[in-house]
Design a protein around this ligand. Structure first.
Ligand SMILES: [Zn+2]
Length: 117
């Protein structure tokens, strides 16, 4: 969400922008135009109003996707881990976002959380 949309800056089609990987407050700020999403290919700031993507002003601060949210999302969507998801075609653009060690740590603590539920 939003899937298969072109980056207004580099024109690459991003398989999934992973808006939902942002922290709740950041998601709200992105909708309100107070923060930009970051293109996984070129790193440009991109605005998102819940429907359309647009080029962000260079002055607009860019939100960082949250590894805990990403790991939780990966587990919920297909039952895998973030490490596994980053190996897929859709997940591939985000592989450089976090170190392998950080991804493993996030997946581990996410697995622990699930066991407690
Ligand atoms: Zn781009």
């Amino acid at each position: 969400m939003p899937p298969e949309r072109q980056c207004p800056s580099c024109k690459e089609v991003v398989p999934d922008w992973h808006f939902e990987w942002h922290a709740g407050d950041d998601q709200k700020a992105i909708y309100e135009g107070k923060l930009a999403m970051t293109c996984p290919f070129c790193g440009a700031g991109v605005t998102y109003d819940g429907f359309d993507l647009g080029p962000a002003s260079p002055k607009l601060r860019k939100a960082q996707r949250d590894i805990t949210k990403a790991s939780c999302w990966a587990r919920m969507n297909g039952g895998g881990s973030l490490a596994k998801y980053l190996q897929t075609e859709i997940g591939q653009p985000y592989v450089g976002l976090w170190s392998r060690r950080k991804v493993q740590a996030a997946d581990k603590s996410e697995a622990k959380k699930q066991d407690q539920d």
